[in-house]
Design a protein around this ligand. Structure first.
Ligand SMILES: [Ca+2]
Ligand SMILES: [Ca+2]
Ligand SMILES: [Zn+2]
Length: 521
């Protein structure tokens, strides 16, 4: 990929590739894990805007195949997801002046645009690049202050705002790109919004993971209600380890924040709610294609010559099946000191896919690799009682599998998967590799189907309609009241025509009724 560096500014295009994968009922992203990674200058300064209010301009023409105005709703919601993070004062101001929205000079520093490139005039989307969207960032190479960033989208791709399985979910793509615009790199946390490969039909990137919330709190803080963990990673010979993925996992077994270790081996896990955490370092091997990091993060190096290591008191590694916990209090940056990483073990993973399941689901989790023989244990993180239940483990020479059952009472969250050799502590981990999510909403009926006046009360019937769900009709995104099998809302001003009606639960799962609402002329 091209990156331009000159004396005044650096330009850093962040490329987001596509996967040809179509997501079936059980999702399988080809990369993932839960953690945030900041973009940095060569000197190590994190990229961030100088102000926590960023003004952005949506070009007047967005996704060309979406004609009902819902593309603009999706783009705005992609920004709002980051604004809603608690205890961050980040906000976006949309410059909606028609003259601004008509500008085509996205590259100018004085405008930060969302722009759909119709014919590759930007040069980023030539055939074979596989790019869906890209966010070139200009920044001051000394301070890391972002001076311009623009989200460019290949307008020739197929996008949907209503959950079409054969299209990219526009809101997911924009939510991901806004993460880059704010100074975040791709994340090795599976199931996170900053995972580098958007998949067709997947709306999960709409909702931020805890790691991304920690990132926004750390980059654009509003309150000092959080703590941090720091330390330095070393090999047995004392040399420092660079680019290790360091994860803080809370007592629910969810990756709360993660980062890569710095060129001097240090790490800083920020934005942690006060509490106790399991802390581990994993090599980004198999789990994550390190080429998906941007060029600047790559320059820091990604060491992989160590084994997964769980922190323990006095620098000793702890047992992956019952790891030690480190407590953090409000405002504290707690040092874990020097952590000696284990030597690479005999376990080598070649395949272990992430998965998204719903309460009540059962699923056979399969792993392929070497060193699997013997008494290897599968382990899924979680609190006693709500943890996915594992049974019927089968382990062969080069593959293993285990039956996973999600309790019907399980709450939505990310879990991590570990495969452990209890005799010597060797471990694989797939950080955030098992997502439990609520079943999506179902829509069956709308009444009335014909609208006579704006303000009329409309009722939707179906199942699993969550409190706080929003309804998308044309270019309107509306609040609803009710939950369960019935929601209602006031009809907006709509021109004559036939409309699709989409409901979005707060977790980003959606359902659509096509062409069900008629408005007379
Ligand atoms: Ca610009
Ligand atoms: Ca999500
Ligand atoms: Zn990306």
């Amino acid at each position: 990929m091209s990156h331009l560096i000159n004396e005044r500014k650096c330009k850093l295009p962040i490329a987001c590739k596509i996967s040809l994968l179509v997501i079936p009922l059980v999702a399988s992203l080809s990369a993932g894990a839960q953690a945030f990674v900041k973009l940095r200058t060569q000197g190590g300064e994190a990229l961030r805007w100088g102000s926590s209010q960023v003004t952005v301009t949506l070009h007047q023409d967005l996704a060309p195949q979406i004609s009902d105005g819902s593309d603009e709703v999706a783009v705005r919601e992609g920004f709002r997801a980051w604004e809603r993070v608690a205890d961050s004062d980040l906000s976006f101001r949309f410059d909606d002046a028609p003259a601004s929205r008509a500008r085509a000079d996205w590259a100018s520093d004085d405008v930060h645009m969302v722009w759909f490139d119709p014919n590759d005039s930007s040069g980023f989307f030539s055939q074979g690049t596989g790019l869906v969207a890209i966010t070139p960032i200009d920044f001051n190479p000394q301070t890391g202050e972002i001076t311009d960033a623009d989200i460019l989208v290949d307008a020739r791709r197929t996008f949907s705002t209503r959950g079409d399985a054969d299209a990219f979910d526009l809101q997911s793509v924009i939510t991901h790109e806004v993460g880059h615009l704010l100074g975040l790199d791709h994340s090795p946390v599976h199931g996170s919004t900053m995972t580098p490969v958007p998949a067709l039909g997947d709306t999960r990137l709409r909702s931020l993971s805890p790691d991304e919330e920690a990132a926004v709190r750390a980059l654009y803080p509003a309150a000092n209600a959080y703590g941090a963990l720091t330390g330095v990673l070393r090999r047995g010979d004392g040399s420092v380890v660079v680019g290790a993925h360091v994860v803080a996992e809370n007592l629910d077994g969810e990756p709360t924040a993660a980062t890569l270790s710095n060129p001097d081996g240090t790490f800083l896990l920020e934005g942690l709610p006060p509490g106790d955490y399991v802390v581990y370092a994993e090599p980004l091997i198999d789990t994550f294609d390190t080429r998906r990091f941007d060029v600047r993060t790559q320059q820091r190096g990604i060491d992989t010559d160590f084994g997964v290591t769980f922190w323990g008191p006095s620098g000793k590694a702890s047992d992956p099946l019952s790891p030690a916990q480190a407590g953090v209090s409000v405002g504290e940056t707690r040092s874990l000191g020097s952590i000696t990483l284990r030597a690479p073990g005999s376990l080598h993973r070649t395949k272990l896919d992430s998965v998204a399941l719903e309460p009540g689901d059962s699923y056979r989790l399969r792993a392929q690799g070497s060193g699997l023989t013997g008494t290897r244990r599968f382990y899924v993180t979680g609190r006693a009682g709500s943890t996915p239940r594992l049974s019927d483990t089968i382990v062969g020479l080069s593959n293993g599998s285990v039956k996973v059952e999600i309790p019907t009472t399980a709450q939505p969250q990310l879990h991590s998967i570990r495969i452990v050799n209890p005799s010597n502590g060797d471990c694989w981990v797939l950080t955030g590799g098992l997502e439990v999510r609520d079943p999506g909403p179902i829509l069956t009926e709308i009444s009335p189907r014909q609208l006579s006046a704006a303000g009329e009360r409309i009722t939707l019937r179906g199942a699993r309609l969550s409190s706080g769900a929003k309804v998308l009709i044309g270019s309107w995104l509306l609040n609803t009241s009710g939950s369960g099998d019935q929601l209602s809302f006031n009809a907006p001003e709509l021109g004559a025509g036939t409309y699709d009606v989409t409901i979005e639960n707060p977790d980003g799962r959606i359902a659509t009724l096509r062409g069900v609402l008629e408005v007379a002329g």
